[in-house]
Design a protein around this ligand. Structure first.
Ligand code: AP5
Length: 217
C-alpha cells in the first residue's frame, strides 16, 4: 500500500507516519527528513538547501523528486510507502505519478490531516527531539517521562529545528496554502482522498487513519 499524508506544517504527518512504520512495517519517505540528513552530513546538497529551508520556502521540485526516486529504488516491492511532506506542488504531484509508475507502484490513499492553523504555531514552536536517536517530543503535548532524559535511548541532549520559530512557521504555512493545498483536487478527482481531524488526540488520529487503511474510514 502506498499513501500520502497531507497537511500543513505541524499537522502531525511525521508523528502519524512513525506510528504506521512501527505498526505496519511501512517505509516513511519524508523529504524534510532527507534534506535535514543532507545538511547534517555536510553534503553539497545540504549546503544548497540550507538557506531556503531556514526561510520556510520550498526547495526545488527537481531536488526533492530525485530524493524520492532514490528512496523508492532502495525499497523492497513488498514495502508500502508513506509519503510525508511530498508532493508539495503540482509539479511534484506529476513527478510522483511518473515515479510510482516507474517503480511499479500505485497510490491507494491521500489522507489529509485537517487542523486549526493557530494551534499549529504552538505545536511547532514547542517541538524538540532527542539529539542522539531523533525521538520526537513536545514541551506541552509529549514530554519525556523523566525530565531531560530520552524515553527511547536515555540520552540527555535534545535539539530544536532552526525553522521551528514563529516567523518561519508563518512562511511555511503560506507556502502550504499557495502551493500544496491546491494539489488536493488532483487526488479528489481520482476518489482517493480521505480527511481526518488532526486536532484530535494523537491516538484518535492514528485510529482514524487505520480505519481508512482498513477500508472502514
Ligand atoms: P518538513 O520537514 O516536511 O516540515 P513540515 O511539512 O513543515 O512538517 P513538520 O515536520 O513541521 O510537521 P508534521 O506535520 O510532520 O508534524 P509533527 O508530526 O512533527 O519540511 C521542512 C522544510 O523542508 C520545508 O519548509 C522546505 O523548505 C523543505 N521541504 C521538505 N519537503 C519538501 C518538498 N516536498 N518540496 C520542497 N521543499 C521541501 O507534529 C508537530 C508537533 O505537534 C510535534 O511536537 C508532535 O508531537 C505534536 N503533535 C502531532 N500530532 C499531535 C496531536 N494530534 N495533538 C497534539 N500534538 C500533536
Amino acid at each position: 500500500m502506498n499513501i500520502i499524508l497531507l497537511g500543513p506544517p505541524g499537522a502531525g504527518k511525521g508523528t502519524q507516519a512513525e506510528r504506521l512504520v512501527a505498526g505496519r512495517g511501512m517505509v516513511q519517505l519524508s523529504t524534510g527528513d532527507m534534506l535535514r540528513a543532507a545538511r547534517k552530513a555536510d553534503t553539497p546538497l545540504g549546503h544548497q538547501v540550507a538557506a531556503v529551508m531556514d526561510s520556510g520556502a520550498l526547495v526545488s521540485d527537481e531536488i526533492v523528486s530525485a530524493l524520492i526516486d532514490d528512496k523508492l529504488g532502495s525499497m523492497g516491492d513488498e514495502q508500502g510507502a508513506i509519503f510525508d511532506g511530498y508532493p508539495r506542488t503540482a509539479a511534484q504531484a506529476e513527478s510522483l505519478d511518473e515515479l510510482l509508475a516507474a517503480h511499479g507502484r500505485e497510490l491507494q490513499h491521500v489522507i489529509e490531516l485537517q487542523v486549526d492553523e493557530d494551534a499549529l504555531v504552538e505545536r511547532i514552536t514547542g517541538r524538540f527531539s532527542c539529539a542522539s536517536c531523533g525521538a520526537n517530543y513536545h514541551d506541552k503535548f509529549k514530554q519525556p517521562k523523566q525530565a531531560d532524559t530520552c524515553d527511547v535511548c536515555g540520552n540527555h541532549e535534545f535539539k530544536r529545528r532552526p525553522d521551528d520559530n514563529e516567523a518561519t512557521v508563518r512562511t511555511r504555512m503560506e507556502e502550504y496554502r499557495a502551493k500544496t493545498a491546491p494539489i488536493l483536487p488532483i487526488y479528489e478527482a481520482r476518489g482517493i482522498v480521505s480527511r481526518v481531524d488532526g486536532m484530535a488526540d494523537m491516538d484518535e488520529v492514528t485510529a482514524a487513519i487505520e480505519a481508512i487503511l482498513a477500508g472502514k474510514g
